[in-house]
Design a binder for this molecule. Sequence first.
Ligand SMILES: Cc1ncc(COP(=O)(O)O)c(C=O)c1O
Ligand SMILES: [Zn+2]
Length: 390
Amino acid sequence: MKVIQQLTTLSNLVCSVCGKSYSIFQPQTFAYCCQQPLLAVYELPGHFSKSALRNRAATMWRYAEVLPVFEEENIVSLGEGMTPILQPARLSEKYELPSLFIKDESKNPTGSFKARGLSAAVSKAKEFGAGTCIVPTAGNAGGAMAAYCAAAGIRAIVVMPRHTPQVFKDECELYGAELILVDGLISDCAKKVAQIKQSIDCFDISTMKEPYRLEGKKTMGYEIAEQFNWTLPDVILYPTGGGTGLIGMWKAFREMQQMGWIGEKLPRMIAVQAANCQPVVQTWTGRQPHSKNYVGQPSLANGLAVPNPFAEPMILEVLKASHGKAVAVEDADMIDAVKEIAREEGLLIAPEGAALWKALLQLLETGSIKRDEKVLLLNTGSGYKYLENI
Ligand SMILES: Cc1ncc(COP(=O)(O)O)c(C=O)c1O
Ligand SMILES: [Zn+2]
């Protein structure tokens, strides 16, 4: 089946701080001018209309005009995206939350939302003719990269903390990736990646240090708008590690505003972190100027154990612009939430996603969220991968 009629309207890459332009015709990492991420820019108005979506396949590639791939044959897809938005009926009733929703990203290939970013980035790696892809990962991104590289016939090197649960390691090896284990957190894995890159020519897919993963992740924002019939929720809670999902959804909302697809009002964005590793919360609440020197501890929610997120300034910008907040949740509370949601709703969600439930209860108590508001929790992954620690 032909999925897409017209491909990208990508026009440019720009530094997210000063706007300096970078070429879209060669592989890029981040903006050297300001040491911050690059952003993909598209020719938006007049090139993409909502009605074009009507007959398209239910994958994230239905938004191809605002995705970065030039040639359809380079798209590496395992059916990612168009995940369901569910109404957790029993929890809604029990906690008197009439407009509570969960977008269930565990339905993606490899069981997490990482599939979106890696589908986009590995497609670009294929388009640029890369022979090897490399990624430092807290777990889920490594599995996703391994799977998409397998599908693309590209060599994959995954660098992961040694303490990550076995299943995350096993899936990488099953998908044929080379797995390198490092003592420490993802920040230590990033140092190892930098070392390896000195001797091997690799397409580096590190979080926000490569412009196209963000583009895949942003499709969550497009889907949320489309699935809610172009009226966004009042509040979105999102488990924030490197921040790709949060920044990506916000980018999608801004693009849709430019195209006239949605109105002025945007959701308040809430970044939820693990108490064990909460750099953004610490900066947001003024306890440190930035997270460059923050020291974090491992968390059951390994995706949230990101002590020094490269794109922290952009994460903070989204929280500020959306009148949002950053809050932390203890590991023990995440386990509690995983169990409650499984028992009440039949959904076995990742601890990262479960953290949102406890964060929501906190924010209801302090009055930051009202019970009748339309609230969306982004469950980013499957709980099945975490069972050995739950
Ligand atoms: C399940 C899960 N949720 C959330 C995150 C954090 O993602 P982001 O980098 O988009 O903040 C990760 C990252 O590893 C993850 O695996
Ligand atoms: Zn710059």
